[in-house]
Write a protein that binds this ligand. Structure first.
Ligand SMILES: CC(C)(COP(=O)(O)OP(=O)(O)OC[C@H]1O[C@@H](n2cnc3c(N)ncnc32)[C@H](O)[C@@H]1OP(=O)(O)O)[C@@H](O)C(=O)NCCC(=O)NCCS
Length: 172
């Protein structure tokens, strides 16, 4: 059975290892640590998937903002990274992490989630191309991988602006 729960300090090393092995590099493990040390970290939205007591997957939603032309900042979440240990991929664990995270984020009152990721994967959770919904990225990114989701109906209506990634994301 797979259990999805919020991380605790005892999970930090396992989360780093899951990210390292899923991505085959250090960048995402470091990103998690940088976000955890930043003001945008939301402990309740750093989720681990546990199988038989072992952490086999991780998904992190953290606070970002969308800056409008008028200079206002609309709060949003970034979903990054999502990682499942290679031996456990394609068993629904990534989906369970993302669905649980979206439900928890909605319950906490968050309204918008942005992800840069596989265009064949995220639409199943309701993500749609972000530019078509009025959002711009602060760096060059192809339309199909730059995705956004309204957690509540209409949350993206009338929101036009650029997604601002905090300093923690520099280097990924
Ligand atoms: C992407 C990832 C988190 C998905 O987790 P998962 O537990 O394997 O996903 P699920 O079992 O819920 O869903 C499986 C589906 O995801 C899709 N999928 C998985 N990896 C994918 C990839 N690299 N590209 C496109 N689609 C992918 C497939 O459609 C697959 O469906 P299928 O089994 O019918 O082919 C996991 O594969 C992973 O850790 N990959 C390496 C790190 C990574 O790329 N993270 C995402 C960054 S955007």
């Amino acid at each position: 059975m797979t259990t999805i729960r919020a991380e605790t300090p005892a999970d930090h090393a396992a989360i780093a290892e899951v990210n390292r092995l899923a991505f085959g590099r250090e960048a995402e493990a470091r990103l998690v640590e940088a976000i955890r040390a930043s003001p945008g970290f939301i402990p309740a939205l750093s989720l681990v998937a546990e199988r038989d007591g072992d952490v086999v997957g991780h998904a992190l939603f953290s606070q970002i903002a969308i800056r409008t032309a008028a200079g206002a900042e609309v709060p949003a979440l970034a979903l990054a990274p999502v990682a499942v240990l290679p031996a456990y991929q394609r068993q629904g664990i990534g989906s369970a992490l993302i669905r649980s995270g979206l439900d928890r984020a909605r319950a906490l009152g968050h309204r918008i989630v942005v992800v840069i990721g596989h265009p064949d994967y995220y639409p199943r959770f309701g993500f749609r191309p972000a530019r078509a919904q009025g959002l711009e990225a602060p760096f060059p990114v192809a339309d199909p991988v730059f995705l956004a989701l309204a957690l509540t109906p209409g949350a993206l209506d009338g929101v036009r602006g650029t997604v601002i990634y905090p300093e923690a994301f520099a280097g990924v």
